[in-house]
Every structure is written in structure tokens, then in C-alpha cells.
Design a protein around this ligand. Structure first.
Ligand code: ADP
Ligand code: 5GP
Length: 236
């Protein structure tokens, strides 16, 4: 009898721009084997030190629309006036290579994927508060002030979607966040393998459990409050 074909685990990471998602994903990919990053297609311009084919495939609007026509996307969405999309090809290639797949997509894309792939593991990254997010966006030095302003405004709306995700990671201290993200990815693999965990693995799985939506709601409330219009006008 043939073995069942390998079914990749799909991890979806969303976060308001500037929360530290790319930083965390880069660190995670160095630490976890057999995990590949789905490189999205976008019509936005290259930023800072980005390279075509590394962070994104940068394409024209016409090129993107042709790909939509050809049904090449698993999902796609518009964000800040630009198209972003996940190619179906990455999921097929991950499956062939026996790798799990990591998607860095916005809340609209995450909703589309979880409809198609209900087993996907969803992770939402939050900044410690609005002020820190603003500081990280400005300090990154890659976006002009009006883009930062739009991204902060959008962050408030995106953050309200946090409870649609399985795990919430508050990216305060970078090292701790990397450890928690790695714990989430590994513990989901172990859980699906159904095998008994060692003592060390149990410790790691507890770290992941601390980030489960049901265990973290109380810590999220003050972060949401820092994005409310009254808190913002009060802080000026
Ligand atoms: P995103 O991919 O979510 O837009 P980045 O990964 O580009 O965000 O991070 C935004 C900025 O914040 C970068 O300058 C990055 O170095 C910094 N940063 C990320 N995580 C942390 C952290 N835990 N503490 C302090 N700075 C951070
Ligand atoms: P940025 O321009 O900061 O790189 O990304 C803007 C937003 O687009 C982020 O929230 C990022 O997660 C999201 N994004 C990146 N790739 C995709 C994609 O393929 N599909 C969707 N729906 N969103 C994406």
C-alpha cells in the first residue's frame, strides 16, 4: 500500500506593518529546518535593501492582473493601493520537497487561506503598544511620513482582527519573541505527529500555549486600548 502523500503544515503570520514580522520570520527560518517561506508577488516598489525574488517578486500591475486571470494565486488582496498575492506554486513545491510553508500575509489574505486550508496555523504579531509601533516604523527609515501615517491608521483596524488567529505573539523583547515563535511552529508539528513529548519538548510546548488566543486575551486589551482614538489624541 502507498503511504499517504505528505501534507505540508501551513503557518500564516500577520501583523500590522512595523511590528517586527520580517525580523522574526528571518530569525525563525534560520532556526527551523524544513520550513520554507512563500515569496509573495507585489506591485509595490522595492523598499530599502530589498531584492527581487528575495522578500517579494516585484511585478507590474498588468503582470499581476495577468496572473489573477491565469488563476495563479491561492489568494490575493490590495493593501495601501498595491496588489499582494500568494502563488499556488509555493504550496505545490513545498509539498514535493516535504517542507512546511510559512506565509507572511495580511488579514484579508489570511481569511481567504483559512477558508481554503482550515488546518492552517494562524499567528498574529502585535507590537507592545502604538507608540512603539510608530517608533519602529520611523526608526526603520524606509517609508516616508505619509506612508507611516497610513500604516498606523490601518494598524488600528487590523489589530481588531486579532481574535481570528490561533496564536498571538506580543513582540516586545526580540529574543523572547523568536523563542516563542519557534515554540509555536515546533509544538504544532509535534502535536500533529501525535507522539509523546520529552521533558524539554513539553517545556517548549508550554511556551507556545502561553501565546494561544484563550491564554493571552488579558494582555492584548491594553495594546488595543493604546490604539483607540481617545488614547492617541490624549498622548499628543
Ligand atoms: P514588519 O516586517 O512587521 O513591517 P520589521 O521586521 O521591518 O517589521 O521591523 C520594523 C523595525 O522594528 C525594524 O527596524 C526592526 O529592526 C525593529 N524591530 C523588530 N522587532 C523588534 C523588537 N522586538 N524590539 C525592537 N525593535 C524591533
Ligand atoms: P509590506 O508592504 O510592508 O511588505 O507589506 C504590507 C502588507 O502586505 C503586510 O501586512 C504583509 O503581510 C502583506 N502581504 C505580503 N504578502 C502578501 C500576500 O501575498 N498576500 C496578502 N494578502 N498580503 C500580503
Amino acid at each position: 500500500m502507498n503511504a499517504a502523500p505528505f501534507k505540508p503544515l501551513v503557518y500564516i503570520i500577520s501583523a500590522p506593518s512595523g511590528s517586527g514580522k520580517s525580523t522574526l520570520v528571518n530569525e525563525l527560518l534560520k532556526l527551523v529546518a524544513n520550513l520554507e517561506f512563500s515569496i509573495s508577488y507585489t506591485t509595490r516598489a522595492l523598499r530599502g535593501s530589498e531584492q527581487n525574488g528575495k522578500q517579494y517578486y516585484f511585478v507590474s500591475r498588468d503582470g499581476f492582473e495577468n496572473m489573477i486571470e491565469a488563476d495563479e494565486f491561492l489568494e490575493h488582496a490590495q493593501f495601501d493601493g498595491n496588489y499582494y498575492g500568494t502563488s499556488r506554486r509555493f504550496l505545490q513545491e513545498a509539498q514535493q520537497k516535504g517542507n512546511d510553508l510559512l506565509l507572511d500575509i495580511d488579514v484579508q489574505g489570511a481569511a481567504q487561506i483559512t477558508q481554503k486550508l482550515p488546518d492552517a496555523v494562524t499567528i498574529f504579531i502585535l507590537p507592545p503598544d502604538r507608540r512603539t509601533l510608530e517608533w519602529r516604523l520611523s526608526n526603520r527609515g524606509e517609508d516616508p511620513p505619509e506612508v507611516i501615517h497610513r500604516r498606523l491608521d490601518r494598524a488600528r483596524r487590523e489589530i481588531e482582527q486579532y481574535d481570528k488567529y490561533n496564536y498571538i505573539l506580543i513582540n516586545d523583547k526580540l529574543e523572547e519573541s523568536v523563542e516563542s515563535l519557534q515554540a509555536i511552529v515546533l509544538s504544532e508539528r509535534w502535536r500533529r505527529s501525535g507522539r509523546k513529548l520529552s521533558e524539554e519538548e513539553t517545556r517548549v510546548a508550554r511556551l507556545a500555549d502561553d501565546c494561544r488566543l484563550s491564554n493571552i486575551r488579558d494582555r492584548v486589551q491594553p495594546i488595543l486600548a493604546s490604539f483607540s482614538p481617545t488614547a492617541i489624541s490624549g498622548s499628543r
